[in-house]
Design a protein around this ligand. Structure first.
Ligand SMILES: *[C@@H]1O[C@H](CO)[C@@H](O)[C@H](O)[C@H]1NC(C)=O
Ligand SMILES: *[C@@H]1O[C@H](CO)[C@@H](O)[C@H](O)[C@H]1NC(C)=O
Ligand SMILES: *[C@@H]1O[C@H](CO)[C@@H](O)[C@H](O)[C@H]1NC(C)=O
Ligand SMILES: *[C@@H]1O[C@H](CO)[C@@H](O)[C@H](O)[C@H]1NC(C)=O
Ligand SMILES: *[C@@H]1O[C@H](CO)[C@@H](O)[C@H](O)[C@H]1NC(C)=O
Ligand SMILES: *[C@@H]1O[C@H](CO)[C@@H](O)[C@H](O)[C@H]1NC(C)=O
Length: 480
């Protein structure tokens, strides 16, 4: 409706002569010459969906369910967990990238040709090894910008829920995660951030057991597939042969292609444009993206049979928040952690589980476990509690919806509420029944906290709202 009206206004201003608009009262009707809907879905392709979890945020491809709740409902509580924003590669990834770059530059090529012609000008975006691990701050896809933008967008969407109370929000104790939380907070709370938001930092130490945003499985006995995943794909050999043929002396192999594609996938995180992306074909990117799906699925998702138990910690605790409701538990519960803390939660919720384990020898096209739609950089899972009036199909009451990267994902076993939501009662009883037990599955030491309760013991002091002093070289774990 919005775009419809805007093009009507453009016409009225005389900016378009090919379309004539006629206003009937409030509505605007276009001439029959322009289609209301484009019939094109250009190969259903975006680079941003085929880079594993490495590159810029993009919204989840929606099933078409409206992002806004239906007219009969209003959101009264929001519980979110967000991955840190766009970042530089990890230091370990950086080592592999630098190995293949050294091979490229050491090949004795004096003038780059073909797909690599841009290399005469190009420079690696990590000019200082201290950048590895850090959130990016430069360019249109910068991580800090993502977080601020997300906060401001959520202010617009959920700002009415803020009751003026000092609002605790929660970050795991890792530098880039904390910086994401702070920028989100500045976006959401605006001028009131310094006094009305209170950052709580929850250590990532394993000794926190279940009282953590980053719980681990102490006895993970299902890592065989994860430990032996493929690291290249057949089409990478084609890419290597193409580049080697264009530049004599070059001897790249499929491992180098994987490393260089990895490097390319991170480039947009701090630059507006990447020539490297165009070095590889769409089909090669599709293969690269699937390696990412495999890694998350088998190492941090439902392909590791213990991961749902890890995610159950958060899901179980959110059931308490939802059942206490906004009056008791607060209307806004914002949390910040890592990709591999969110994928276990998605597994525990029982959504996006493929009907069979992902194959290692071919790409199962149409697979629901497409990581670009689950945890891109800045990816987030938002649980909305809805207060709904009766409709012709549903009773007045409290309902729940899962929103992943801004697209509604119906709960598999219960979607009969308004907007394909589930009644809070059914949602709660289904999950109470089905959630695996973290303590026994993961053999949590008895001396560690046995359940999550930091949401109920939050501090309202604002001392941690801002970074004090410089961020260290490759800074990771921190409590400030
Ligand atoms: C539900 O009904 C009440 C009473 O008519 C009304 O005040 C309220 O705005 C309605 N809620 C929604 C979400 O439409
Ligand atoms: C934000 O803080 C300012 C200064 O304390 C205060 O005047 C204002 O009312 C606050 N805004 C809201 C929406 O509470
Ligand atoms: C892991 O251990 C549990 C018992 O603690 C057992 O039920 C499960 O089958 C084991 N899984 C694998 C993959 O060995
Ligand atoms: C590619 O070459 C590097 C050395 O440049 C080597 O370490 C790596 O194992 C090779 N990969 C394959 C698949 O042969
Ligand atoms: C689930 O949550 C409840 C209430 O917060 C808590 O008492 C219980 O120990 C939790 N269970 C697990 C397995 O974390
Ligand atoms: C609140 O602050 C106290 C004292 O610094 C600390 O022990 C506790 O862990 C904090 N709580 C949270 C949820 O961070």
């Amino acid at each position: 409706m919005t775009s419809f009206l805007i093009s009507g206004i453009v016409c009225a201003l005389g900016l378009s002569s090919s379309v004539t608009a006629v206003a009937y009262g409030d509505s605007v009707q276009k001439s029959a010459t322009e289609k209301q809907f484009s019939q094109e879905f250009p190969e259903g392709y975006s680079f941003l969906k085929h880079i594993g979890g490495n590159g810029p945020y993009s919204e989840r491809r929606s099933y078409g369910i409206s992002r806004d709740p239906p007219d009969s409902c209003a959101v009264d509580q929001v519980i979110m967990i967000k991955r840190h924003g766009e970042r530089y590669p990890l230091a370990s990834t950086g080592e592999s990238i630098e190995t293949s770059l050294a091979k490229l530059y050491g090949a004795g090529v004096t003038e780059w040709k073909g797909d690599l012609a841009f290399l005469d000008e190009w420079k690696y975006y990590v000019s200082n090894k201290c950048w590895y691990e850090a959130e990016t701050y430069s360019g249109p896809y910068a991580g800090l910008l993502d977080a601020y933008h997300h906060g401001a967008t959520y202010r617009d969407r959920y700002g009415d829920l803020w009751n003026g109370d000092v609002t605790p929000f929660f970050s795991s104790g890792y530098s880039r995660v904390i910086n994401t939380a702070r920028k989100f907070g500045e976006g959401f709370f605006g001028y009131n951030y310094s006094t009305d938001a209170a950052l709580n930092i929850i250590s990532e130490s394993e000794t926190l057991g279940a009282n953590s945003l980053t719980p681990v499985c102490y006895n993970d006995n299902d890592t065989d597939t994860c430990d032996n995943l493929p690291t290249t794909m057949p089409v990478f050999k084609v890419a290597a042969a193409r580049l080697n043929a264009q530049n004599s002396g070059l001897k790249l192999n499929e491992t180098d292609i994987y490393n260089l594609m990895t490097m390319a996938s991170f480039e947009l995180n701090n630059r507006a444009f990447s020539d490297w992306i165009n070095v590889f074909t769409q089909d090669e990117w599709v293969a690269f993206g699937y390696l990412g799906d495999l890694s998350y699925y088998y190492c941090a998702g439902p392909g590791d049979k213990n991961m749902a138990a890890v995610g159950a910690v958060y899901v179980n605790a959110t059931l308490s928040l939802l059942n206490e409701g906004p009056e008791k538990a607060g209307p806004l519960i914002f949390n910040f952690a890592h990709d591999t803390d969110i994928t276990p939660i998605v597994a525990a919720l029982g959504i996006l589980i493929p009907s069979e384990d992902l194959p290692l020898d071919r790409i199962p096209f149409g697979n629901p476990y497409s990581i670009g739609d689950i945890v891109p950089m800045g990816g987030h899972l938002t649980i909305e509690r809805l207060s709904c009036n009766a409709t012709a199909m549903s009773e007045k009451g409290t309902y729940v919806r899962l929103v992943l990267n801004e697209a509604v994902v119906p709960f598999n076993k219960c979607q009969s509420g308004p907007g394909y939501s589930c009644s809070l009662d059914d949602y709660t009883s289904i999950l109470k029944e089905e959630l695996p037990d973290y303590l026994t599955t993961c053999k949590v030491p008895k001396s560690y906290p046995q359940y999550l309760d930091f949401w109920w013991n939050a501090n309202t002091t604002t001392d941690l709202n801002y970074q004090q002093g410089p961020i260290g070289c490759q800074e990771g774990y921190t409590m400030s």
